[in-house]
Design a protein around this ligand. Structure first.
Ligand SMILES: *Cc1c(COP(=O)(O)O)cnc(C)c1O
Length: 418
């Protein structure tokens, strides 16, 4: 997958005169085009809906764009629920997939009329106590060590999420007996997965379970939610996952299991975040220093506070030196931020076109789990987010934090210097 940046080096330089670095830049046209491709690929699955995982890029402008493209919102906290409500998501446009859920969050999800996806059998009572049981309830399945004929589903038994198979039978029975009338089944046990077969396998697993649960409990399922987790090609050598391959395989499994057992119609939902916005965001940062010791360091004006994935997971993010293609020489660098943490590095021993102080770098694929994971350690302030519109203009969709923002939660009363 060729790594591109949507602005010319001169346009990027001009942009930084109005919006100082660092900032994340998102490409609206590319996000819309991608959303349409996903919907088109699943058009053969009646009632298909993607609920954008808000945690990946919790910005109202982006959420509004995705709502316009027909997506729902997948929320997992009170703030995300409130955010979804503010940008016009209503009722069952919202999927609430949380875990370890506070009563207040169940209550807010109920107030909004969201589809509540329970993480644990004990949450049936917790939800009932907090807000009463809604008409529709979804439960999250964790297949655990039950490999169910596939080696692809990692190690779900080590994940904190979801019900066991036995608990699902017990849980849906209780929900049925308490008068819940509409049911959904969910699973998500992988992240950043590039193999379409994985999602088809998850579909098959859930379809079979829907057959077993429906037969045993005499209930009718309305939807299955295949979760998120579609990966993106962070490395130039990787390829994007084919939506058509996933949709085709899921539809085939659907026909073979759901239709064959007379359980059509059953809507298929997903709650992807990364694949929806990830490739269409860039962290733009300027080179402040070049340092030559045992290695050569490129010191930028961004830090892990703006993009945590490399430091946290050792994740690869491609880096372009804007306006340089390597014909003027190449060298090997560690690309760093200024945190007092040695893992504050965007790249380690990375070969790049020869870098000079003042160069602009574009760190790729920061459109999901980028700004969203930011934090204030070391007094770092989170950057602005900018939106590149289809007409080439740029809108600020989140200003950069200021020192006043950082101080806003502190109380200096009585601490003034004498
Ligand atoms: C994180 C998460 C997602 C989104 O995952 P992506 O890898 O961004 O697609 C969806 N659903 C749940 C429950 C999650 O925790």
């Amino acid at each position: 997958m060729k790594k591109t940046f949507p602005l010319s080096p001169a346009a990027a330089e001009a942009l930084t005169r109005e919006h100082p670095t660092p900032f994340h830049l998102y490409d609206e046209a590319a996000i819309r085009e991608n959303a349409r491709r996903l919907n088109a690929a699943f058009s053969g699955c009646e009632g298909f809906r993607e609920y954008f995982a808000v945690k990946a890029l919790p910005n109202p402008w982006i959420m509004r764009i995705l709502r316009e493209e027909g997506f729902g919102a997948d929320c997992s906290s009170l703030t995300e629920l409130l955010l979804a409500g503010k940008v016009g998501y209503r009722g069952e446009d919202i999927m609430f997939t949380s875990n370890d859920t506070p009563a207040r969050e169940f209550a807010e999800a109920r107030r909004l009329g969201a589809i509540i996806n329970l993480d644990d059998i004990s949450h049936i009572d917790a939800l009932e106590r907090a807000a009463g049981l809604p008409e529709v309830v979804c439960c999250r399945y964790n297949p655990g060590p039950l490999k169910a004929g596939n080696a692809i589903i990692g190690k779900p038994e080590e994940a904190k999420y979801g019900f066991t198979r036995e608990q699902l039978f017990e849980g849906f029975r209780r929900l049925r007996d308490k008068g819940v009338a509409r049911f959904g089944l969910h699973a998500m046990v992988a992240s950043n997965e590039l193999d379409p077969a994985y999602f088809i396998e998850t579909g098959r697993l859930l379809f079979k379970l829907v057959v077993d649960l429906s037969t045993e409990l005499d209930i009718r399922f309305e939807f299955v939610n295949l979760g998120g987790g579609i990966g993106i090609p962070y490395r130039p050598g990787e390829s994007a996952v084919s939506y058509e391959a996933i949709a085709g395989g899921v539809k085939e499994a659907y026909d073979g299991i759901i239709r064959a057992n007379g359980l059509h119609p059953l809507r298929i939902c997903m709650e992807c975040g990364r694949v929806i916005t990830g490739p269409y965001g860039w962290l733009v940062t300027r080179v402040l220093h070049l340092k030559q010791t045992y290695r050569t360091y490129v010191g930028t004006d961004a830090s892990m506070a703006n993009l945590m994935r490399p430091g946290m997971y050792g994740a690869y993010h491609h880096i372009s030196v804007l306006g340089k293609d390597g014909s003027g020489g190449r060298a090997v660098y560690d690309v760093t931020g200024s945190l007092c943490e040695n893992n504050d590095k965007f790249a380690i021993a990375r070969e790049l076109p020869a870098v000079a102080v003042g160069d602009l770098l574009a760190i790729h694929d920061t459109g999901a789990h980028g700004h969203a994971m930011g934090f204030n350690y070391n007094g770092m302030l989170r950057s602005a987010e900018l939106l590149l519109r289809a007409d080439g203009s740029v809108t600020s969709i989140r200003r950069a934090e200021t020192v006043d923002d950082y101080f806003a939660t502190l109380d200096f009363t009585g601490l003034e210097a004498p």
